[in-house]
Design a binder for this molecule. Structure first.
Ligand SMILES: [Zn+2]
Length: 308
């Protein structure tokens, strides 16, 4: 081989090597935290990728549409996804986290554990301490190391949920279903009495372009209502913190949204139909990344202005 040929072969080798290394860099890194809950160790997984400062949280492992979309978007656009892994005896993803403590079986909803009042509503007193320790550790993964503030460069946290298809349910069950309409004060639409979740919401924007009331964005403050309404989403705005200070379990149910309001952490929840919500929830993720980018630009320009 001539020197020039050897040079080209060596050069090609380094190009291929560089491409392989940078492709590996782009893949999200998964780390698993084993967090103690009673006698169990619960896997809480973090999928992390460079490219965006945003944290998604998926507490319900059976809500696979949102979970898979979140993994997909973190893979493509960057950010972090925190996932609580929970499966039944046959390995199928489930909503509740089951564990034993003192020889007894328990089960918790991983989105009802973040406030004292919420735990008093749904968690047996003898497991309160172990559940609180678990929830504190989860908060330290979602938020900063103290579990009390947003991580640097983040402006909100994003929860990801799917709900069961309301139209597929019996009419009686529909009134207790989580939909955008269920946050409106008791009234009748489609002859269904709604208002089951009215206690938590300040108001609701129903978009004429949204055909499924199972799809909506839930906000802890009205700050971004115009942004999402303009994009044609149903938007539910949570009550302010002062109105969520309550012993009533319908108001302070221990969900992350109530915790977020009480600790002044902006919170956005992407709710979509667990059967047909894929395309709609995908649009929600795109809206989140556009918002993250816009806010990032704002931060950068205010930093530049401050330096002048
Ligand atoms: Zn959920």
């Amino acid at each position: 081989m001539k020197t020039a040929q050897i040079f080209i072969v060596v050069l090609m080798f380094f190009i291929v090597l560089t491409l392989a290394v940078s492709a590996a860099d782009a893949a999200p890194v998964k780390t698993t935290h084993k967090i103690k809950l009673g006698d169990a160790q619960v896997n809480v997984n973090i999928y992390e990728n460079a490219g965006a400062s945003v944290t998604f949280f998926a507490p319900h492992h059976n809500e696979q549409i949102g979970l898979n979309l979140a993994k997909d978007y973190v893979n493509r656009n960057g950010g972090r996804l925190i996932e609580i892994e929970s499966t039944d005896e046959r390995g199928r993803p489930q909503r509740y986290v089951k564990f034993t403590f003192g020889g007894k079986n328990y089960s918790i909803d991983p989105n009802r554990i973040y406030t004292d009042n919420g735990r008093s509503c749904s968690v047996a007193p003898e497991i309160n301490e172990t559940v609180k320790n678990f929830s504190d550790k989860v908060l330290k993964l979602i938020l900063d190391a103290d579990g009390k503030n947003l991580r640097p460069n983040e402006r909100f946290i994003v929860a990801v949920h799917n709900n069961t298809d309301v139209s597929a349910k019996a009419e009686k069950a529909q009134s207790a279903d989580l939909t955008a309409v269920s946050f409106i004060k008791a009234q009748s639409t489609k002859n269904i009495t709604h208002g089951a979740f009215e206690a938590q919401a300040d108001g609701v924007f129903l978009s004429n372009t949204e055909t499924d009331e199972d799809n909506f964005i839930f906000l802890s403050t009205p700050a971004h209502i115009g942004y999402f309404a303009e994009k044609g989403f149903n938007v539910v705005v949570q009550k302010p913190a002062v109105k969520l200070q309550s012993k009533q379990c319908t108001i302070d149910d221990g969900s992350l949204s109530v915790f977020a309001a009480q600790t002044a952490i902006p919170y956005i929840c992407l709710e979509a139909d667990g059967v047909s919500g894929y395309a709609r929830q995908s649009r929600m993720f795109e809206a989140i990344y556009a918002l993250v980018q816009a806010e990032q630009k704002q931060i950068e320009s205010s930093n530049v202005a401050a330096r002048k």
